[in-house]
Design a protein around this ligand. Structure first.
Ligand code: GDP
Length: 464
C-alpha cells in the first residue's frame, strides 16, 4: 500500500491502442526526479532544470541509457498543474508497445500505477476542483452528444459549483446569526429574528427547488432517459427505432410478432439522450415464445421513464391497442411520461387524437418510413424533457442521480426548518439548516466521506 500523497503516480492518459502520439502522465512530489532518471534532454540540461509550463524534445532511455523512443516532455510545477502537484507529461509515439515501455520506465524509476480517476481525484484533494466539477470532467469525457458536452462543460467551468456555493452561503449567514445569539448572548449582538430566518429559508427553498427541477433536463441530456417502445405487433415500432437510430438496426418485417426479444439502443434525439428498449409487440397470443416476449415487454414498461407507444393510424383501434393503452395508462399514473405515435399517416388516419388523451402527455402523427418525421418525435421529446437552452442558460443544472439525491435531502431539511421555526424557534430550525449544509457539502465535496469519493472516481478510467 502506498499513501495517496507520498507516492507519485503514472499512467497512459490517452486511449489504449495505436495512434500518432500517446501521453504518459506522472504526478506527485517525486515526478520530476523520476523523469530525471529516464528522460534525457538534448544538451546538458536535466528535466529538473526545466522551467514550469515548458516542453522540450527528449529521448526516453532504458536502464542502459539506450533509446526506447524520442518524445516531448512537458513540466508543470505545483501548485500550477491539473493535479496541483509537480507533473511531467511525456508525449511519445502512440504504439501500444512503445507507450507501454515508456510507462514501464516511469514505474521502474519510482512511480506507482495510477488508479482509476486518480489524477482527477488528486486535483479534487488539492482543492483544484469541486466534486461536481470532477464529475463533470467524467461527463465531458463520456459525452455522446453535443448537448451533453455543452452541459457538462458548463459544470466543469463551475456553473453548478457556483450555484451550490451561493445556497451554502445563504444558509451559513442565517446560521451564523443563530449562533451569535446562542453562543454569545451577552455580546449585545442582534438576535436573528424568526422573520429574517423565514425569509432566508424561503429563498433557499426556491433555489433548491429550481435545482431539483433542473435534474429532469440534466438527466435527459447526460445520463439518458430509460425509454421503452411499445405497441401491438406490426404498428411500426422497429421502423420507428430505425428512424430514431438513423440506421437499420431492428429487423423490419410485415409478419406480426417477429420482434420477440428486447433490443436496447442509445440515441440522441434533439438535446435528449434516449436509452431505448424496443419490445415485442403486446397482444394476446397462443405462441409460447411470443408470450414470453409480451410478458417481458409489459415488465419493461414498469421501469420506463418515457414510453413511446406506436399505433397504426391507418386502421381503427382494436382490442390489442386498447390493451396497450391501458398498460401505458397504468405507468403514466405512476409518473412515466408517455407519447403516442400515430404511425403510417401516409396511409390515411382512421383514429382520432382524442382517443389517446388520458394515458399520454403528447400525441404525434407521423410516418416512421419518412426520414423527415424524425424531427416531429424529437420535438415532442424535447418539449417534455428539456427546459431552456442547454449549458448556455443562467441556471445551474444537476446532471446525475447522486447530485439529485443530495439536493432533495437538502430541500427536505430546509422545509423541515421552516415547519419547526414557529413552533420550536430559531435554534432548532438551525439544526435542520445544518443538516441541509451537510447534504450540500456532500454534493460538492466540502464534507464528503471517503467511500463516496472512492465510488465517484472508481467510475473514471485509469489515466484521467
Ligand atoms: P413492428 O412489428 O411494430 O416492429 O413493425 P415493423 O416496424 O416491423 O413494421 C411493420 C410493417 O409496417 C412493415 O412492413 C413496415 O415497412 C410497415 N411500416 C412501418 N411504418 C410505416 C409507415 O409509416 N408507413 C407505411 N406505409 N408502412 C409502414
Amino acid at each position: 500500500m502506498y499513501s495517496m500523497f507520498s507516492s507519485s503516480i503514472a499512467a497512459i492518459s490517452t486511449p489504449k491502442g495505436s495512434g500518432g502520439i500517446a501521453v504518459i502522465r506522472i504526478s506527485g512530489k517525486d515526478s520530476i526526479a523520476i523523469a530525471d532518471r529516464f528522460v534525457r534532454l538534448y544538451g546538458k540540461k536535466a528535466v529538473s532544470e526545466m522551467e514550469a509550463n515548458t516542453a522540450l524534445p527528449c529521448r526516453i532511455t532504458d536502464e542502459n541509457g539506450d533509446t526506447i523512443d524520442t518524445a516531448v516532455v512537458t513540466v508543470f510545477r505545483a501548485p500550477r498543474s491539473f493535479t496541483g502537484e509537480d507533473t511531467v507529461e511525456i508525449s511519445c509515439h502512440g504504439g501500444i508497445i512503445v507507450s507501454g515501455d515508456v510507462l514501464g520506465r516511469a514505474l521502474e524509476c519510482g512511480a506507482v500505477p495510477a488508479g482509476p480517476g486518480e489524477f482527477t481525484r488528486r486535483a479534487f484533494s488539492a482543492g483544484k476542483l469541486s466534486l461536481s466539477q470532477a464529475e463533470a470532467i467524467g461527463e465531458v469525457i463520456s459525452a455522446k452528444s453535443r448537448a451533453a458536452l455543452r452541459l457538462s462543460r458548463a459544470n466543469v467551468d463551475g456553473k453548478l459549483a457556483k450555484g451550490i456555493d451561493e445556497i451554502y452561503g445563504d444558509i451559513k449567514t442565517a446560521l451564523s446569526a443563530v449562533y451569535a445569539e446562542t453562543d454569545f448572548p451577552d455580546e449585545g449582538l442582534s438576535p436573528v429574528s424568526p422573520e429574517e430566518m423565514r425569509e432566508t429559508i424561503i429563498s433557499v427553498m426556491k433555489k433548491l427547488d429550481a435545482l431539483k427541477s433542473s435534474y429532469k433536463t440534466g438527466h435527459a441530456v447526460v445520463e439518458g432517459i430509460q425509454t421503452v417502445l411499445c405497441g401491438k405487433p406490426n404498428t411500426g415500432k422497429s421502423t420507428l427505432l430505425n428512424l430514431l437510430c438513423e440506421e437499420e438496426r431492428a429487423i423490419v418485417t410485415d409478419i406480426a410478432g417477429t420482434t420477440r426479444d428486447i433490443i436496447t439502443e442509445q440515441v440522441t434525439c434533439g438535446d435528449a439522450t434516449l436509452l431505448i428498449s424496443d419490445t415485442a409487440g403486446i397482444r394476446d397470443t397462443s405462441d409460447k415464445i411470443e408470450a414470453v416476449g409480451v410478458d417481458r415487454a409489459l415488465e419493461k414498461l414498469s421501469g420506463a421513464e418515457l414510453i413511446i407507444s406506436v399505433f397504426d393510424a391507418s386502421k381503427p383501434l382494436d382490442e390489442d391497442d386498447i390493451r396497450v393503452i391501458s398498460a401505458v395508462e397504468k405507468q403514466h399514473d405512476c409518473g412515466a411520461v408517455a407519447v403516442a405515435v400515430l404511425n403510417k399517416s401516409d396511409l390515411g388516419t382512421a383514429v382520432s387524437e382524442k382517443d389517446f388523451g388520458a394515458a399520454f402527455d403528447k400525441v404525434v402523427v407521423l410516418s416512421a418510413k419518412d426520414k423527415a418525421c424524425r424531427d416531429i418525435i424529437a420535438g415532442a421529446i424535447n418539449d417534455l424533457f428539456i427546459s431552456g437552452s442547454i449549458g448556455a442558460g443562467e441556471n445551474a443544472i444537476i446532471t446525475n442521480a447522486r447530485q439529485y439525491a443530495k439536493v432533495c435531502q437538502a430541500y427536505e431539511n430546509v422545509s423541515d426548518a421552516l415547519s419547526v421555526l414557529d413552533v420550536l424557534g430559531t435554534e432548532i430550525a438551525g439544526t435542520e439548516l445544518e443538516s441541509a449544509m451537510g447534504a450540500l457539502g456532500e454534493l460538492d465535496g466540502r464534507r464528503v466521506g471517503i467511500e463516496i469519493v472512492d465510488d465517484i472516481f472508481s467510475k473514471f478510467c485509469v489515466g484521467k
